[in-house]
Design a protein around this ligand. Structure first.
Ligand code: FES
Length: 114
């Protein structure tokens, strides 16, 4: 099964994701704090991302969280999307604060050690 490279633009992190897993599942395998695990079912909207580069397949997403315009612009729910190529994405919505905050803290801690 093909495995793709997913890049989180906000933090410049990469993770592998096969075409059988959702972008959220792949992201969770990074195993760090800040990855919000919501309903995993397209209902809570916490995992919203913007696909910047790459192709993907998506399953039905709640219009409460993803408008037609969102979908056309590549703004999707990571738990409902599987990669079909390497992908570069930006974290948006509720997830942004936590994902980026943890990285900022980690960077500060790294600096403190040097
Ligand atoms: S985890 Fe709830 S919409 Fe994705």
């Amino acid at each position: 099964m093909p495995k793709f490279d997913i890049r989180i633009e906000d933090t410049d992190e990469h993770y592998p994701c096969t075409d059988t897993r959702s972008l959220l599942e792949g992201m969770e395998s990074l195993g760090r704090r800040g990855i919000p695990v919501g309903c995993r079912n397209g209902g809570c909207g916490v995992c919203k991302v913007q696909i910047k580069v790459g192709s993907y397949t998506s399953r039905v997403m709640s219009r409460a969280h993803v408008s037609v315009e969102d979908e056309q612009q590549g703004r999707v729910l990571a738990c409902r999307v599987r990669p079909a190529s390497d992908i570069s994405l930006a974290v948006i919505g509720k997830m942004k604060k936590s994902v980026c905050a943890v990285t900022a803290t980690a960077a500060a801690e790294t600096k403190a050690h040097f």
